[in-house]
Design a protein around this ligand. Structure first.
Ligand code: SAM
Ligand code: SF4
Length: 323
């Protein structure tokens, strides 16, 4: 499906829940957020219907995110349904891994092929502080389990000054021995992350170059996203950078998002996007749903709006959008 600016949109991120078992400092406030009520979030059958209709429009890749997708009961059943949807070529998940680790075999059997695991540090105390209580050993066993099962694994790390910035080399060195991509994501100034200080990509790259030697650009395909990858000498895996603020990738954007409440979100930090839940629960048939989606995608904004202050409702926290 082409948007109004000629970009091919084939990737849908679905936030299956706003809830999470962790409270990462850049994502959620310490005491959590008022959860959406059960009836406010899309039922699995509703998500499956949206994906079926969007597959008919050209969506090929679906990623489940959240909140923590595994915090919603039945999530692996959704993985199976989506993996079996005609036209869908891949179903992946972004997860903190803590609830997924023990169920990784089941996830693979359901059709999960790729995992983005959030892992910001290899220091157990720093991990607990940044996630406000998470267990590093559980996250690491999820990583090992996923690799043992042959899933394609990328690690997501958000460098935050004063929380994990002294352990970035150790994190990157996971890609020395393991076939993983370690990706550094620039801190996005949404919600509670506005009070935190990012570590610029140039600084991360300079430090890794000091530690490991000059990297080479890694132009091999790494999935469907906008990251830039490099490979350090002797590494089996690669290191990636996702820097939506300082290095814009909007011109190559291939994605739209479905929030847990059923809003089709066309771009980060932009208001608008149709309320698909209202259509799903009204009398719209699949053709009307497809029409609403096609019209919305045609209006996808040219670029994100992180440099603009939006109203409270739009300054949404990451757990509601799904990253
Ligand atoms: N709970 C899952 C997890 O942590 O992987 C999925 C949802 S989480 C919102 C998705 C991704 O968004 C995570 O990799 C997380 O690091 C990232 N994220 C959350 N808040 C962010 C922020 N303010 N800036 C950049 N990335 C953020
Ligand atoms: Fe939960 Fe993921 Fe947000 Fe951390 S980043 S609080 S694990 S949703």
């Amino acid at each position: 499906m082409l948007d109004g600016r000629g970009r091919s949109i084939d990737y849908l991120r679905v936030s299956v829940t706003d809830r999470c078992n962790l409270r990462c400092v850049y994502c959620m406030p310490e005491d959590g957020v008022p959860s959406l009520r059960h009836g406010e979030i899309l039922r699995y059958e509703e998500i499956a219907r949206v994906v079926r209709v969007m597959a008919g429009l050209g969506i090929r890749h679906v990623r489940l995110t959240g909140g923590e997708p595994m915090a919603r009961r039945g999530c692996l059943g959704l993985v199976r349904t989506l993996a079996e949807t005609p036209g869908i070529e891949s179903v992946s998940m972004t997860s903190n891994g803590l609830l997924l680790g023990e169920r990784m075999d089941e996830a693979k059997r359901a059709g999960l092929r790729a995992l983005n695991l959030s892992l910001d540090t290899l220091d157990a105390a720093a991990y607990a502080r940044l996630t406000r209580g998470g267990s590093l050993s559980q996250a690491l066993s999820a990583l090992d389990r996923a690799l043992a099962l042959g899933l394609s694994v990328k690690l997501n790390a958000v460098p935050v000054r004063g929380f994990n910035d002294d352990g970035l080399e150790a994190l990157a060195s996971l890609a020395r021995e393991k076939p993983v991509c370690v990706r550094f994501i620039e801190l996005m100034p949404l919600g509670c992350a506005r009070a935190l200080r990012p570590v610029p990509e140039e600084e991360v790259l300079a430090r890794l170059t000091d530690a490991f030697g000059p990297p080479e650009e890694d132009a091999a395909p790494h999935g469907h996203g906008p990251a830039r990858y490099v490979r350090f000498p002797g590494f089996v895996g690669s290191v990636g950078f996702i820097s939506p603020i300082s290095c814009e990738f909007c011109a190559r954007c291939n994605r739209v998002r479905l929030t847990a409440e059923g809003q089709l979100k066309l771009c980060l930090n932009h208001a608008g996007g149709p309320d698909l839940r209202a259509l799903l629960r009204g009398s719209a048939d699949d053709a009307a749903l497809a029409d609403a989606i096609r019209r919305a995608v045609a209006e996808k904004p040219a670029r994100h709006a992180f440099d603009e202050e939006l109203g409270d409702r739009e300054a949404r926290r990451m757990n509601e959008i799904g990253g």
